[in-house]
Design a protein around this ligand. Structure first.
Ligand SMILES: Cc1cc2nc3c(=O)[nH]c(=O)nc-3n(C[C@H](O)[C@H](O)[C@H](O)COP(=O)(O)OP(=O)(O)OC[C@H]3O[C@@H](n4cnc5c(N)ncnc54)[C@H](O)[C@@H]3O)c2cc1C
Length: 447
């Protein structure tokens, strides 16, 4: 064995596959069927625990672009997904059992991959090691990880606020300022009048919510109360909480606003803005409907919706380098939801990168990362270099990409231009960095 991978989920299967494609031998450890997470139901690898959709196929969407990049690279999961696809409009949806069965078959029959069913309770000393045990990592291993990172840097629940695309905000209805003038113009403030707040308040308390899953413990949520639950406490509660207007003066009226939604930059360029304190369990269409009642957000496009759910992840900006390895231990890689990416395909994509770099470690080659202009490269860069104090899991979205030099006018054309640039750069990177060294070698044994 050259590489050890823990976790036969979406990231772990991609990691093992990429190691094997690089001509190395890999052992993949999966705890099921001896031990189950609260969400997995079968002993199959790459089980999709909830939706059977891998999201949009179109290149004018971020998830469509991410999948196109993964296809170029040679993703195991997407190859299977296309084989077992079920009709779902513009989305790539799969027959979940056929999907997991086929992935399991391909992994089991690959001559360079050894699948071992075993729960890992402590971090092995073997290097290179890829840890891809997911959002529901078993208790014993979670404790071992907490020992490595320190309990305060390993999270068990996430409380995610929505993120708004910068180019969809009505800046004429917002103003830059920090409370009491402290911190310059760091925040973008979206004011509401009393009537606007009344309408917003009624909408939020009536909006439909995602119910807690049976294994999610409500007491964990007390530290990060969803905005709608704060609203349930009474009409004034938001005005003393996340929507408080204190220390702010609207330059248009010269007065303190009645209520305010504060947005904080997610990217230096202001392509993405986080709704401060707006973690929420509202259903996604409801978030769009309710948050668009804020005048500055009436046309808001959401790069990421809010959520609050059970999720084990590490504070990656503190600990991980772009190769997905631990800073200070180049042979210890992390992948999947555990690294603070959000979503099936995002998890799988980080598995591909960790697998590639684990194989390069074996060969003595330096680690690599896709260009910043690709969705995969941008997502990884975000996760390892955003503000650690405000770190929340992130999914693929166009706001992560560096701006275009000559952006087309329309939104769809702009997104297609991002995708065109990304796929061109990805293809070149794959050709020159990933595949060139493999020419005439034993790449793809057993495929
Ligand atoms: C309940 C729930 C629903 C979700 N729904 C969606 C959704 O609909 N769409 C979406 O895009 N994302 C969803 N996600 C988020 C995320 O995309 C998925 O969880 C995704 O499966 C993450 O991939 P992963 O490889 O990181 O983890 P997983 O796919 O969970 O794989 C981790 C694997 O590691 C194994 N394992 C755990 N601990 C050990 C151990 N100690 N030793 C050996 N093996 C171990 C597990 O059995 C599992 O097979 C959901 C998450 C949860 C928790």
């Amino acid at each position: 064995m050259d590489v050890l991978v823990i976790g036969g989920g979406l990231a772990g299967c991609e990691a093992a596959w990429q190691v094997a494609r690089q001509g190395c031998r890999v052992r993949l450890l999966e705890m099921r069927p001896f031990s189950f997470t609260p969400a997995h139901k079968t002993s199959l690898l790459a089980e999709l625990v909830c939706s059977n959709s891998l999201r949009s196929k179109h290149l004018d969407t971020a998830s469509g672009l991410l999948k196109a990049e993964m296809m170029l690279w040679g993703s195991l999961l997407l190859g299977v997904a296309h084989k077992v696809e079920v009709p779902a409009g513009g989305a790539l949806a799969v027959d979940r059992m056929a999907f997991a069965r086929e992935v399991t078959k391909r992994i089991e029959s690959h001559p360079s991959i050894e699948l071992v069913r075993k729960e890992v309770k402590d971090l092995p000393h073997f290097r290179p090691l890829v840890v891809a045990t997911g959002p529901l990592t078993s208790l014993a291993l979670s404790q071992a990880l907490a020992g490595l990172f320190g309990g305060e840097h390993l999270y068990f629940y996430d409380a995610i606020s929505p993120i708004v695309m910068g180019d969809s905000i009505d800046y004429g209805r917002a103003f830059f300022a920090s409370r009491y003038g402290k911190g310059g113009e760091d925040y973008l403030n979206c004011p509401l009048t009393e009537e606007e707040y009344d309408m917003f308040y009624r909408a939020i308390v009536d909006a439909e919510r995602v119910p807690l899953r049976p294994f999610e413990d409500p007491k964990f949520f007390s530290g990060c109360m969803p905005i709608e639950e704060i609203a349930d406490l009474g009409k004034a509660s938001l005005l003393y909480g996340p929507m408080k207007p204190v220390g702010l003066r609207d330059p248009v009226t010269g007065n303190r606003p009645y209520a305010v939604v504060q947005l904080r930059r997610e990217t230096k360029e202001g392509t993405l803005w986080n709704m401060v304190g707006f973690q929420t369990r509202l259903k996604w269409p409801e978030q769009k409907r309710v948050f668009r009642l804020v005048p500055a957000l009436r046309n808001a496009e959401f790069a990421r919706f809010g959520s609050v759910h059970r999720n084990t992840y590490i504070n990656s900006p503190v600990f991980l380098s772009m190769s997905m390895a631990l800073k200070g231990d180049r042979g210890l890689f992390f992948a999947g939801q555990l690294t603070g990416v959000e979503g099936y395909m995002e998890s799988a994509a980080t598995g591909m990168l960790a697998g590639l770099n684990a194989a390069r470690y074996v060969k003595g080659d330096p680690p690599v990362v896709p260009p910043a202009t690709t969705m995969m490269g941008a997502l990884v860069r975000y996760v390892v270099s955003c503000d650690p104090a405000a770190f929340q899991p992130m999914n693929a979205n166009f706001g992560l990409l560096p701006p275009l030099t000559k952006p087309p006018k329309g939104k769809r054309d702009r997104r297609l231009a991002y995708s065109e640039r990304a796929l061109k750069d990805m293809a070149m990177w794959l050709r020159e960095v990933v595949y060139a060294p493999l020419k005439d070698s034993n790449m793809g044994r057993g495929e």
